[in-house]
Design a binder for this molecule. Sequence first.
Ligand code: ATP
Length: 534
Amino acid sequence: MGSNTRPINISNGDENVKSKNQLKKEEKQLAKAEKKGQIKAQNVSVDVEQDISDISKGKYGILAMIQSSEISSKTFVDIKNLTTALANNSVWLRCRLHTSRAKGKQCFMVVRQQQWSVQILSVVSDTISKQFVKFCSNISKESIMDIKGKVMITPSQIDSCTQKDVELHVEELWVVSQAANQLPLLIEDASRPVKADDDQDGLNIKVNQDTRLDNRVIDLRTPANQAIFRLEAAVCKLFRDILTDKGFVEIHTPKLINAPSEGGANVFTVSYFKGSAYLAQSPQFYKQMAIAADFDKVFTVGAVFRAEDSNTHRHLTEFVGLDMEMAFKYHYHEVVDVIGSTFTQMFKGLRDNYKKEIDDVCQQYQVEPFKFLDPPLKLEFPTAINMLREAGIDVGYEDDLSTPNEKLLGRLIKAKYDTDFYILDKYPLAVRPFYTMPDPDSEIASNSYDMFMRGEEILSGAQRIHDPNYLTERVKHHGVDVGKIAAYIDAFRYGCPPHAGGGIGLERVVMLYLGLDNIRKTSMFPRDPKRLTP
Ligand code: ATP
């Protein structure tokens, strides 16, 4: 390393530091020289200008841009694997600079790989020059580096790192990608634990949500965010694996459609050649059509769009829908039970296999462990209304539940049944979409259900009407244009099994499983009425 070097004054002597323009000029001249073959263009590393007395010459500097011109046989270790078992071995790491602190002839650094961190020490010695230590202390935070160092057991535990028993003593250090000197937010600040009394505590710098979202690429590097999006991936994987094991087939449904699937409101219109099209509000029609096409049990994971001007903690204009639909024999509870057990299996999978990720989120956010029953609690809508009435709320059996009432019900159910997950069955027909099957034994109820986590809705589902004539009647009753959804209604004209299903919002599931306060925390690049970027 460092045999072919470009002289750049990065760190040696404050008064000699060259201006950006000077450096650019030198770079241009070098590039010209390279073209002429005066300098080998391949495998060049940019080194600091080192005086001959620098005993660390060739051991540190800034690497030339990696352009895949060589394949290296160097092996790198992951920070998470740095343990006392590697003591006294020299290893290579590729990592980010998290923090650095220069003190006399020493520079202490903490470096990071995703949620893992380790302390690095560079000290002036027989083999490490003071120029090298100074170079280390001048590297900007969040830069990416290759570090060779000796693994040493620390005399006392390092609380600020995930690797508490070992540190690395630097032997070589090369900057691979420099971060700008001014960061819009610091990972340290963005990772700070959020306490209940935070608002009174003015001592610590807090990073507000807009700053985080405006600079999401940096914000996502915090250990809690690394964990949140790994848990989100886990929810998707569990959903897929559990349903696949139950015999479901994954399907993909169009997002560009000719008619709104959930009625005219809340739909985005996009131009489509000479006409216009809509962005799908759900895969509803298509998953039902897949049932009519004999797929029996289907699920899909994909983008869902809602043109709702809802600036709340739980609404996005684009979210990820986890949808499923299943044919049943005689009663839609056959499907409700499958969905219920899918959730309990998912909660068990998260609890048992993602403890580290859940703990990482808990380090920053105060999270009550998620409680659930197996089999899940199932209550009928009128029972929930009675519970609210007993709590002094004036609510009718034919009304939909308002958000505050849903939350209160969640607290009442938690107190009575000790569960954060439950199913509410038999919603009033009047508050459900046209394709919902009415309850044959009631004037007002329907064969429909919602599922809740910590008192907030995460799934809506129902038995769907599979009889084309009855469906047409209900479509008209709801004032929907039959002509516009003719292809959907026609799907039931050639025989279709009775079926039911549901739609789940991925970001809501992750938010509520972790007890977070805002859906923007569980959407990597959230879209809401006020945010379309980054
Ligand atoms: P809400 O009443 O909370 O607005 P909804 O009744 O409109 O939800 P559905 O159309 O039944 O919801 O969608 C099914 C699921 O999709 C919801 O239970 C929720 O998990 C998720 N979901 C719905 N709308 C949104 C949204 N705007 N942002 C994020 N997730 C959503």
